[in-house]
Ligand binder design. Structure first.
Ligand code: KG4
Ligand code: ZN
Length: 346
C-alpha cells in the first residue's frame, strides 16, 4: 500500500508519499511563516487562502519526488482536525476530491496522532507501550500510548501550551513570530539563574501543566521602568529553563506513574535542543530511554500524517465521501485499528 498524505491544519501546507515496504518516498512542505510574520501570528483566513494556492502544486511535487504516478497511490490520508477549520477544509476538500478521482479510499487523521506517531519514521522506532510528551503550539499533554490508536491522556495544560508560552514571552521580548526558535537562539547567550521564573505546578502532585503565569512574570520584568535591553538574553534563558524544567519533571513523573521506561517526545517544542538534552539526561538517570522524531518531523509535516493514515487504511478504515473536518477533536476519542469498529467518533 502506498499512501499520499495532506497536512493543512495551521500554517504549513505539506504533502508526503509513504510506501508500506519502501518507507517515506517524498515529503514536501511550504511554510507560511513569511505570510503571517507581519501580523505577529497566524491569520486564519490568509492561511486557508494560501493552502488553496499551494496544495495542488505540492501534490505534483511529492508525486514527482516519489517517482510515483497517481495509479500507484492506494489511499489518501489527510488531517481532519484539530486545527483551524478553514485551513483544515482546504486539505479535506482536496483529499476527498483526489480519492474520488483516483477511486481509492481516504482516511481522516487526527493531527496529534500524527505527532505521536512521527518517531515511527526513524530507523529505530520506539516500542509500545510508552509515555509521550506532546508539546506543540496548541497542545501540551502527557499521553499513555498503549498502541496505535490506543491513547490515554494522563495530563494536559490548564491554560497556555508550552509552545504558546515560548511564543508569547518571545513577543514580549520583541522577537519575531514564531518566537519559540528565536527565543531558544537568544537563550544560548543568556546566563543561567539570572532570572528565576516560576516553574508552574511543580510543587503540586499530578500531571497537569499551567504556563500562563510565566507570561505575566516575564511581562513584569521587561515592562519595568529601566529594564536594560542587554538583559533580554538572560530573560530568554530564564524562560527556557523554567519551561524545560517543568516539562522534564512532569515527564519523569508520568514514567513513574505508569511504570514505563520509554518516553517519546513529539510536537514543535520537541525541536528545542535544551529540552532534548535535559530530557535525555534525566531519563537516563532513571534507566529510561527517550525517542524523538528528527527535528523536521517535530514541527508540522505530512510524513507523520502518512504514518497514522497508513496504519488506519491498512486496518480497513476509511470514511465516506463527506468532506469532514473538526476544529476540536479529543485525542482519547480515537479507537484502535479494529476493522469491525468505526475508528472515529462521528
Ligand atoms: O507542532 P507545531 O509545529 O504546530 C502545532 O501543532 O502547534 O508546533 C509549533 C510550536 C510553536 O509554538 C513554536 O514556537 C514551537 O513549536 N517551537 C519551538 C522550537 N521550534 C518550534 N519552541 C521552542 N524551541 C524550538 N526550537
Ligand atoms: Zn502540530
Amino acid at each position: 500500500m502506498r499512501v499520499l498524505a495532506i497536512e493543512s491544519s495551521c500554517d504549513e501546507s505539506a504533502v508526503a508519499v509513504l510506501d508500506e515496504r519502501r518507507g517515506l518516498l517524498a515529503h514536501v512542505l511550504h511554510s507560511q511563516i513569511d505570510l503571517h510574520r507581519v501580523y505577529g501570528g497566524v491569520v486564519p483566513e490568509l492561511a486557508s487562502r494560501d493552502h488553496v494556492r499551494r496544495l495542488v502544486p505540492l501534490v505534483r511535487a511529492a508525486l514527482g519526488e516519489a517517482g510515483s504516478s497517481a495509479q500507484d497511490i492506494g489511499g489518501i490520508a489527510y488531517t481532519a482536525g484539530p486545527g483551524l477549520i478553514g485551513a483544515l477544509l482546504t486539505g479535506a476538500a482536496l483529499a476527498r476530491s483526489l480519492a474520488y478521482a483516483w477511486q481509492v479510499p481516504a482516511v481522516n487523521v487526527h493531527h496529534l496522532e500524527g505527532h505521536l506517531l512521527a518517531p515511527l519514521l526513524e530507523p529505530e522506532p520506539p516500542p509500545f507501550p510508552h509515555v509521550a510528551l506532546l508539546v506543540s503550539g496548541g497542545h501540551t499533554m502527557l499521553v499513555d500510548v498503549r498502541g496505535i490508536g490506543d491513547y490515554r491522556v494522563l495530563g494536559e495544560t490548564r491554560d497556555d501550551a508550552a509552545g504558546e508560552a515560548f511564543d508569547k514571552t518571545a513577543k514580549l521580548l520583541g522577537l519575531p513570530y514564531p518566537g519559540g526558535p528565536e527565543l531558544a537562539r537568544l537563550a544560548e547567550h543568556g546566563r543561567a539563574g539570572a532570572y528565576d521564573f516560576p516553574r508552574p505546578m511543580l510543587d503540586r502532585p499530578g500531571l497537569e501543566f499551567s504556563f500562563s503565569g510565566l507570561k505575566t512574570a516575564v511581562s513584569l520584568v521587561v515592562k519595568a521602568p529601566g529594564f536594560d535591553a542587554a538583559r533580554r538574553a538572560d530573560v530568554a534563558r530564564g524562560v527556557e529553563d523554567a519551561i524545560v524544567a517543568t516539562l522534564v519533571a512532569k515527564a519523569l513523573r508520568a514514567l513513574e506513574a505508569t511504570q514505563l521506561d520509554t518516553l517519546v517526545v513529539a510536537g514543535g517544542v520537541g525541536a528545542n535542543r535544551s529540552l532534548r538534552s535535559a530530557l535525555t539526561a534525566a531519563a537516563a538517570r532513571r534507566g529510561a530511554r527517550v525517542y524523538y522524531p528528527r527535528i523536521e518531523f517535530c514541527t508540522d509535516n505530512a510524513a507523520m500524517i502518512a504514518v497514522a493514515g497508513l496504519a488506519r487504511l491498512k486496518a480497513g478504515e476509511h470514511a465516506d465521501l463527506a468532506i469532514a473536518a473538526r476544529a476540536q477533536w479529543p485525542l482519547d476519542s480515537l479507537t484502535t485499528s479494529d476493522p469491525e469498529r468505526p475508528l472515529h467518533e462521528s
